[in-house]
Design a protein around this ligand. Structure first.
Ligand code: HEC
Length: 295
């Protein structure tokens, strides 16, 4: 079991490291800056849905998926290149939105990522769908009436690096803090000091983990432009409560039983677990969507 866990952790580490290096092959400049190309697109005008779809991509997706971004997300960095988008067949199957991942990720709510600052309106969603139904024509696009591209705030490599640990690190405090609570319950039932020692150990390591989760979570949110305000502050509160609980646990061990803040310690532990459960739940929904519960 331990070996399995170690291998899984190592694999995750490798995957995250390779992810760091990944760059799309083609980071050539995209359409609007290139007026010759835009003119060429206009010349092969087919129907008029490209402009609307392009506007959606430019406004909502380009910060993460175009050559404008230093590190396009998900190895997909050419969303403003409609020619390549409709030709490659990788993300778009012409005329068939339901077979195009470009549409399905929008339809199932995974793009833009839940918690990202900007969501899509129904009109914007249907602009993308209609464009694919229309055969995903690469033009015409009239750059003069397009909305200006929003500013991209590039985060530093350190923020990017630190942030990618979040999905990995969070599992330690979740497991360890729950184990601490379980050990404390067993201590109450069995009065065996080993459970008390186990509770304190799990609590201390889980608290270190929760600080790591909070820090990496902050960087993760900064890197992806996530808002997720409730999840964020509840996560910070979980860490603070865990720290306070650690302090109480140490006092419970050191002081004679009559002076030990045993009730305070148990209440603090219970509050930490409560915060932990709500925070993890919100984080889980942000990552997997509420449909993970079969909805
Ligand atoms: C905040 C950054 C962000 C924004 C904005 C964003 N994406 Fe993504 N996108 C990602 C990340 C991160 C991934 C990689 C996800 C993964 O691998 O699980 C991704 C992956 C994808 C993929 C690839 C899925 C696959 O299975 O290969 C598609 C398609 C996609 N996004 C489309 C879009 C579209 C369309 C928009 C705009 C409506 C958009 N994204 C907006 C971050 C973003």
């Amino acid at each position: 079991m331990r070996r399995l866990l170690a291998t899984a952790a190592l694999l995750l580490l490798l995957v995250s490291l390779t992810g760091m290096q990944a760059r799309p092959d083609d980071v050539a400049a995209n359409a609007p800056e290139d007026s010759d190309r835009a003119a060429a697109l206009n010349a092969v005008a087919i129907t008029g849905t490209a402009q609307d779809a392009y506007a959606v991509f430019a406004e909502t997706c380009s910060a993460c998926h175009s050559a404008r971004s230093e590190r396009p997300k998900g190895d997909f960095g050419f969303i403003l290149d409609l020619h390549r988008l409709s030709r490659a067949g990788e993300y778009v199957v012409r005329g068939q939105p339901d077979k195009s991942s470009l549409w399905t990720v929008i339809a199932d709510g995974s793009m833009p990522p839940p918690g990202y600052e900007a969501a899509l309106s129904d009109a914007e969603r249907s602009a993308v769908r209609t464009w694919i139904e229309d055969g995903a024509p690469p033009g015409p696009i009239d750059p003069s009436v397009l909305p200006p591209l929003p500013a991209i705030e590039e985060t530093s490599a350190l923020v990017h690096w630190g942030g990618q640990w979040h999905p990995l690190v969070i599992h330690f405090p979740i497991g360890l803090l729950l184990a601490a609570a379980l050990a404390e319950i067993l201590f109450v039932l069995r009065r065996d000091d080993r459970y008390r020692a186990a509770a304190e150990f799990c609590l201390l390591v889980g608290t270190v983990g929760s600080c790591g989760a909070a820090l990496s979570g902050w960087l993760f949110a900064a890197d992806l432009g996530y808002a997720l305000t409730t999840h964020r502050w509840l996560g910070i509160a979980t860490s603070l409560f865990a720290l306070a609980t650690c302090q109480l646990a140490v006092r419970v061990r050191r002081l004679p039983p009559d002076d030990a803040p045993i009730l305070g310690y148990r209440l603090a532990l219970a509050a930490t677990i409560g915060l932990l459960v709500v925070t993890s739940h919100l984080g889980g929904i942000a990552t997997w969507g509420a449909s993970i519960f079969g909805g």
